[in-house]
Ligand binder design. Structure first.
Ligand code: SF4
Length: 294
């Protein structure tokens, strides 16, 4: 719960504020970009919500914040409850952004996929009654895809509750002892109809992306959209092996997708061709690679 006495000086006056416990995970900036902005090592309120829609988004950010750093001088309980009930937030084709990001995964995003042959959870949010009920109403969880060792959070509790199959790469498997399915090596694996696990070592030895319907790429901390630069990004710090990272980004050119759904950073939807161009430009920028034919 945010503490008014720790309110950052950078917040504009008004109801919503961020306090000094913020870990700069960027969740609030994704959910309410008209209210929150990055300022140094923190997020801050640069503009108070002015419409009902903006207020709802600010409350969604308050609820999703993994460390409870967002507060209000006066809580509007009705809008707060409306915001709480709105999670998971639908994106497209039965894919939801779950919300309730966990501090255990440094505030990483998690996603839910409704599928006729069993639903998926991609990385883990906090384990909360509200989410358990929401997942139960959607038919439970059959698979839990873990993009890498940092974002497992409460996956073990969700797996136990839903009797779900946890999928992780062997090189990061020590973060999830007892995982039911462990992926080896660097070859892509069709784990279920329409679902492909793509090992993308680089950030960690066992990083993986999940490709769904050749449309959605759940990319963990391997790839994200930078809205300020309007370009794809990949880790520059916290890289286990840069040569592997380069190969892993290049590997994605052999796959087709329109959405990048990251653990951190913004998601992006681009037509196939533009997505390949964005990947190609990332390779050129980051590693001076020649443009590749595709
Ligand atoms: S969601 Fe919370 S921790 Fe993350 S940047 Fe916003 S205020 Fe900081």
């Amino acid at each position: 719960m945010a503490n008014l006495s720790k309110r950052l000086q950078t917040n504009v006056e008004g109801n919503f504020f961020v306090d000094s416990t913020c870990i700069d995970c960027d969740t609030c900036r994704q959910l309410a970009p008209l209210t929150f902005i990055e300022d140094g090592d923190y997020s801050t309120v640069f503009r108070q919500p002015e419409t009902a829609k903006e207020e709802l988004a600010a409350y969604q950010a308050l609820i999703a914040c993994p460390v409870g750093s967002i507060g209000t001088e006066k809580k509007d309980r009705k809008v707060f409850l409306e915001a709480q009930a709105s999670f998971p937030l639908p994106i497209e084709c039965g894919v939801d952004y779950v919300g309730f990001n966990s501090e255990k995964s440094f505030g990483a995003n998690s996603y839910f996929i409704k599928h006729s042959q069993g639903n998926w959870l991609v990385d883990s949010p906090r384990f909360l009654k509200h989410l358990v009920q929401a997942f139960e109403e959607k038919g439970g969880i059959r698979f839990i895809f873990l993009s890498h060792e940092d974002d497992v959070a409460e996956a073990a509790r969700y797996a136990k509750h839903f009797n779900a199959i946890r999928i992780i790469h062997r090189a990061d498997a020590s973060a999830m002892p007892g995982a039911e399915q462990v992926i080896d090596g660097e070859n892509s694996v069709h784990v279920a109809p329409e679902f492909v696990c793509i090992p993308v070592p680089g950030h960690t030895p066992g990083s993986m992306a999940l490709l769904y319907k050749n449309r959605f790429l759940f990319s963990g901390d391997h790839l994200w959209w930078n809205p300020n630069l309007q370009q794809l990004g990949t880790p520059e710090r916290l890289v286990w092996d840069d040569a592997q990272l380069k190969r892993s980004v290049k590997k994605l050119l052999t796959h087709s997708f329109e959405w990048v759904m990251p653990g951190h950073g913004e998601r992006i939807h681009l037509p196939h061709r533009e997505m390949k161009n964005a990947l190609d430009q990332l390779l050129q920028r980051r590693w001076n690679l020649q443009s590749l034919p595709f």
